[in-house]
Design a protein around this ligand. Structure first.
Ligand code: N01
Length: 498
């Protein structure tokens, strides 16, 4: 493959890290193009990514199910309008089986480091068990939200009961009749709280910032509809397109227009008033920041659960823990058997979860120390032949992440084809191209609700949004439609003087 590579036989053309939606989607598309020289390294023993791992009660998607599948693999059999975790996990297992991905996947392969060698134009992949592999191109399909964020709470190590993060749920622990504290009121919390509230003896809900919650209108999909979708697939496609257009046209407008944001807030407060009669509780649940600045949450059963007698909404913050109890910052002591941390994830793309060394030994985590940045969320200057799926500034604020993943897959296929056509070169995005792209991205955030001044994981410490795409998703699709080789440097393998 490369003129200076002595161990060419062991070098695979493409290594994909991760067998979730991104890695599997790319693998299927590569196969369909007749490319066989690729491997997927997956740290777990099954496919599925976050949909394999997040098994807390109530875990589900807040994007309509018909939008939450590959465009080339519709699922007429979704059981609900919003897919629960196990259904989405089953869907991914079905895709893996149907497209025979297992022959390309190495399971239980946890990548611990990546290093590029400019003399051979090859990436060395280190695994945590000491194994090594080599690939010409690496695609990091490692997901954006998968490293749990554990809060630092004084005394947590002394607590004698159970402590569980929503993303690391212990299915063998029973909550029936237990006294439980839930910390956090984000997307995970509003799903787990209604699922466990009827079972537990008491539920102390520690809310730091009240979220905006809107009704989800979730419900079962009738068998007759499934039958129609199986018989006339275009009907499902129509529904999918209608849902896409709704999310795409209505929601962004609310993010950009302050009048519409106010209207959304009015609707949110109206919904809260309809469900929560007690004005004191309602005041505690009313958000104090502009709608959309943090993720708007969808739920039909969160507020109805919070008003139940066995739920105690604590708004004073967590002070500390002792062996048997959790203390509010106001000094109240609540004896509990279990603490559920619904405290979210390490800020995505704030760095790679492993050392990544590019040209001249540069370190991606150092380069991204003050905020991550890539070209179109995929290529990073100084790290040739390396691509991200769902990298910086490609998170959707309003529509399905699968739409973005498929846009990136189309681009990456062109990138990899170009690479295959230039076997003695490696390619690197020009720094000035990456810089201009990111200046434009940041300019587009100005005046949106995302920069209206809330404390959100979307933002870096200095207020830069490195997570979301600041525009319509169709604009992202258009901008990733064509791979433009003029934007890249093509470097001769062995020409280390770069
Ligand atoms: O996490 P979060 P999440 N003391 O960071 C609070 C995706 N997702 O797991 O708001 C007390 O949103 C924190 O308080 P505050 C989705 O993209 C998708 O819920 O920072 N509280 C907040 O209330 C989502 O956006 C689905 O003041 C503390 C909560 O914990 C992302 O994952 C389902 C605290 C964390 O909320 C993250 O959601 C679930 C502390 N020390 C998740 N630290 C779908 O449906 C944190 N908090 C697809």
């Amino acid at each position: 493959m490369s003129k200076n590579n002595n161990d060419a036989a062991a070098v695979v053309e493409v290594a994909i890290i991760g067998a979730g939606f991104g890695g599997m989607g790319l693998a299927i598309r590569l196969q369909q193009q007749g490319v066989r020289d690729f491997v997927i390294y997956e740290q777990a023993s099954d496919v599925g990514g976050v949909w394999r791992d997040n098994i807390y009660p109530g875990a589900a998607c807040d994007v309509p199910s018909h939008l939450y599948s590959f465009s080339f693999e519709p699922n007429p059999d979704w059981g609900r309008s919003y897919g629960p975790q196990e259904e989405i996990y089953r869907y991914l297992q079905h895709c893996a089986k149907k497209y025979q991905l297992s022959r390309h996947i190495t399971f239980n392969a946890s990548v611990s480091a990546l290093e590029f060698d400019e003399n051979s134009g090859v990436w060395t992949i280190d695994f945590s068990d000491g194994r090594q592999a080599k690939a010409r191109a690496v695609v990091l399909a490692i997901g954006a939200l998968n490293i749990p964020q554990y809060p630092k709470i004084e005394g947590i190590e002394k607590f004698a009961g159970k402590v569980m993060h929503t993303a690391e749920w212990d299915p063998d622990y029973t909550l029936e009749g237990k006294r439980v504290a839930v910390i956090g009121t984000g997307a995970s919390a509003i799903q787990v709280v209604p699922a466990i509230q009827p079972k537990v003896a008491s539920l102390a809900l520690f809310q730091r910032t009240p979220p905006w919650v809107m009704p989800k209108f979730d419900g079962p999909q009738r068998p007759v509809r499934q039958a129609h979708f199986r018989r006339w697939p275009f009907l499902q496609k129509l529904l999918r397109n209608a849902q896409y257009l709704l999310g795409e046209s209505v929601v962004p407008a609310f993010m950009w227009d302050s009048f519409l944001t106010r209207f959304g807030e009015f609707m949110g407060r109206r919904y809260l008033k309809k469900v929560v009669a007690d004005p004191v509780l309602r005041a505690k649940l009313t958000p104090g920041y502009a709608m959309g600045c943090k993720r708007v949450l969808l739920s039909d059963n969160y507020y109805p659960a919070v008003i139940k007698d066995n739920v105690n909404l604590v708004t004073t913050g967590v002070s500390h823990l002792d062996e048997n109890a959790i203390y509010g910052a106001d000094g109240q002591r609540l004896e509990v058997d279990a603490i559920i941390l619904a405290t979210g994830f390490k800020v995505p793309v704030s760095g790679a979860p492993m050392p990544v060394r590019g040209l001249g030994g540069r370190d991606l985590n150092e380069d991204w120390a003050s905020g991550s940045e890539a070209y179109k969320g995929m290529a990073v200057s100084g790290y040739p032949n390396l691509l991200y799926i769902m990298g910086p500034n490609t998170g959707p604020g309003n529509t399905s992440v699968i739409f973005y993943i498929e846009s990136q897959i189309r681009y990456i296929l062109q990138y990899l084809r170009t690479l295959r056509g230039n076997p003695n070169e490696y390619i690197d995005i020009k720094p000035e191209v990456q810089k201009a792209f990111n200046e434009d991205v940041q300019r587009r955030f100005k005046g949106t609700t995302w920069t209206s001044g809330c404390n959100s994981w979307y933002l870096t410490a200095d207020g830069k949004n490195t997570t979301l795409w600041p525009s319509f998703s169709w604009q992202y699709r258009l901008r990733t439609r064509h791979f433009n080789s003029a934007e890249y440097r093509f470097i001769e393998v062995g020409d280390a003087d770069v």
